[in-house]
Design a protein around this ligand. Sequence first.
Ligand SMILES: NC(=O)c1ccc[n+]([C@@H]2O[C@H](COP(=O)([O-])OP(=O)(O)OC[C@H]3O[C@@H](n4cnc5c(N)ncnc54)[C@H](OP(=O)(O)O)[C@@H]3O)[C@@H](O)[C@H]2O)c1
Length: 251
Amino acid sequence: MSARLQGRTALVTGSTGGIGEAVARALAAEGAHVVVSGRDTARGEKVVASIAERGGQATFVQADLADGLPAVTALAAAAHRLAGGPLDILVNNAAMLIEPRPTAEVEEDLIDRALAVNIKAAFLLTGLVAPAMAERGSGAVINMGSINGLFGLGGSALYSTTKAAVHSLTKSWADEYGPSGVRVNTVAPGPTFTDKIAAMADYLAPMIAAIPSRRPSTPEEVAAAVVFLAGDDAANIHGATLSVDGGRAAV
Ligand SMILES: NC(=O)c1ccc[n+]([C@@H]2O[C@H](COP(=O)([O-])OP(=O)(O)OC[C@H]3O[C@@H](n4cnc5c(N)ncnc54)[C@H](OP(=O)(O)O)[C@@H]3O)[C@@H](O)[C@H]2O)c1
């Protein structure tokens, strides 16, 4: 274990699986005490146990981010209690992935839920966490964007819109909180083979064929970018989008 984040505290939303789990593991491997969060307590406790087995520190806090302000307030309060004050690192990672479908077939309820989980929860949580960081004069917020937030993609209007909003929030928050020492940045993965996404390999094959590296990202590669932006090596990086997409956004 190295120690680039020794003594720091981090909250990673949506870290009971997928990319968020890899982020939680990577932050803990650098010495951070990580608050793991998501809806599924059993999976969350499993992530915490496996971090502890490797000598890291983690605590699970259950939260359903679709439940709006009360749920987000409870999560922020629990994370602040565990941190004993302002957090050092917030990773707004949780999101609903949405199966591609024509715009006319997207139900209103799905639109409401996607906006609530992918945008509103990160908005409210940052509003509860970043001001305390700003008052202390330091902190790092990393928003999980997506290549889908950078390009148009037919059939993906709803998901892509939520990710484009996340990219926009990073820029506004960099301006709002940067002068107080809080750095806000985006990590924008391309197709990343979590277990769930790897099961869609056939659907993604044409997209992956257009990637300069000709392969998807791994969750660990995305997590490494988060660790970089969370730590002191990124001390003067504000409002940036760090793509982890094999070069796809460049071509
Ligand atoms: N995988 C990719 O190819 C890819 C590419 C670009 C960007 N991204 C972005 O990377 C992030 C993670 O994606 P992923 O592929 O790892 O997704 P995933 O495997 O579906 O994991 C999503 C995580 O978010 C949590 N979550 C979902 N709904 C929630 C809710 N209502 N309240 C609280 N937690 C909730 C899930 O935990 P529970 O089930 O326990 O609630 C899970 O831990 C997302 O922001 C996604 O947009 C992914």
